[in-house]
Design a protein around this ligand. Structure first.
Ligand code: ZN
Ligand code: ZN
Length: 447
């Protein structure tokens, strides 16, 4: 078993050569102030020579007000000090910046690298990016692997948080936490379930709630009595909206919030039995009233089902154009981590002060999130508010690949722990804290 685990195929993130050979920090800086960027070669083959000069050319990607500090001179020549290049620069507004470094000897110039920096305004700068999946299945419903396996596989592909959300079942998510009890993990494993009320086609996710909403349906008298109360208070509904179904959704989202969870409206353009489910009438009413906390902007569809995600994105833009603020998530809805499909294709990046559950939930509710589509062999795409799409594109290129490599090692150790390797828990303890430390270096918080 262990041997098999050792040989398992692991996605290898593409780290840019500049980020492989050098550590340039910070990568994210406060907007509208000067910061010194330190470029430190990590290996012999890329050392800076004290004999040579280096020319640094600076380009703010969007160039808002031309207050760059080198107004008429994009380039300047710098000398390394103790093998390190220090580049002071005023980073204006919220945007990406390019620093091109070239080695000058005589009249020869040689490209050293293209280093990137992002300047963020205070509300964004004080947050960190967290990446995860909030909708995923195990073998306890119709997925393939055990809850602990799914959690480990999530870390292996670079997630900071996850929740298992089996159909109608909350207990598997509790198990995904229990199997790692006493083990020092950096992956945040939360509870969850996919909520399926009786005779209601709307699928909902309970992310992080402290109790099972599905369990409430087993006392059907109490459930129907409460839903009837909601129905009675509804007033007139648009044509085609089933009173019971809509009231049942309100009941579920209220209960999810009562448990401190995030209530997610799932895959409204899922094509099944020759039609979209749920109906257009109830989908429209849900958007109008927003009893949910977040919308699955990108959901777990196969390549042949791309229409469904296209419609979900188009619907989002349409609703936004009507002035609605819609918190969003991206989810894989994967039913197996080793099938080569869905798992890791779609996820959420959200911006929050910490990865504690209330902070993650507030991050989504306060609209600090993007939904990511990362199909194999393609450059990842982010969807959501323009400001965060722009930032996420930078992070997915300059920060996440290094972060994901650290996670991959932890994910493999988690699988070894599950497979009975007694040394894995100790190894995980020694790896603990590395992803946070990486981010702190990248945000200049360690200096
Ligand atoms: Zn579903
Ligand atoms: Zn599902």
């Amino acid at each position: 078993m262990l041997q098999y685990l050792e040989f398992m195929k692991v996605r290898s993130p593409l780290v840019k050569l500049e980020n492989r050979y050098f550590e340039s920090t910070p990568k994210v800086v406060p907007a509208d102030q000067e910061t010194v960027i330190t470029i430190r070669p990590l290996f012999d083959h890329c050392r800076f020579s004290d004999e040579k000069q280096y020319e640094v050319s600076y380009f703010p990607c969007e160039e808002f007000a031309r207050r760059s500090g080198w107004p008429d001179q994009r380039s300047r020549t710098l000398k390394p000090i103790d093998g390190i290049l220090q580049v002071p620069q005023y980073f204006e507004s919220e945007q990406e910046h390019v620093l091109i470094v070239e080695e000058i000897s005589g009249d020869q110039r040689k490209m050293v690298g293209d280093f990137r920096v992002y300047s963020a305004r205070e509300d964004l700068f004080c947050r960190r990016p967290y990446k995860g999946d909030m909708h995923i299945h195990s073998s306890y419903s119709d997925g393939r692997e055990s809850p602990g396996y799914v959690a480990s596989a999530c870390r292996r592909i670079g997630f900071d948080f996850m929740a298992l959300t089996d159909h109608g079942r909350y207990a598997p998510s509790v198990e995904s936490q229990r199997v790692f009890e006493g083990v020092d993990l950096d992956l945040r494993i939360f509870r969850g379930e996919e909520v399926h009320p009786p005779s209601n086609p709307v699928h909902m996710i309970n992310f992080g709630g402290s109790f099972s909403v599905n369990d409430l349906f087993s006392d059907s008298d109490a459930y129907y009595t409460e839903v009837k109360k909601i129905e009675d208070a509804l007033g007139e509904l648009p044509p085609g909206v089933d009173r019971y179904q809509y009231a049942s959704c309100c009941f579920c989202f209220d209960k999810i919030r009562e448990g401190g969870g995030l209530g997610i409206f799932c895959h409204p353009y899922w094509f099944t039995s020759h039609r979209y489910s749920p109906s257009g009438a109830i989908t429209s009413h849900l958007f109008e009233q927003q009893p949910f906390d977040a919308y699955e902007l990108i959901g777990g569809y196969h390549r042949s089902e791309v229409d469904s995600n296209t419609l979900q994105v188009a619907r989002y833009h349409e609703e936004r154009a009507c002035g609605r603020e819609i918190p969003i998530v991206g989810v894989s809805d994967a039913h197996g981590c080793e099938r080569g499909e869905l798992f890791g294709w779609y996820y959420t990046i959200l911006f929050a002060p910490t990865s504690d559950l209330p902070d993650l939930i507030a991050g989504v509710k306060d609209l600090y999130s993007v939904a990511v589509e990362a199909l194999p062999g393609e450059t990842p795409r982010a969807y959501g508010p323009f400001r965060f799409v722009k930032y996420a594109l930078f992070l997915m290129r300059e920060v996440m690949p290094q972060h994901d490599e650290l996670c991959a090692e932890e994910g493999r150790r988690m699988l070894q722990h599950l497979a009975g390797d007694a040394s894995a828990a100790h190894a995980l303890a020694t790896l603990s804290g590395r992803t946070d430390a990486l981010l702190e270096r990248y945000y200049g918080a360690d200096t």
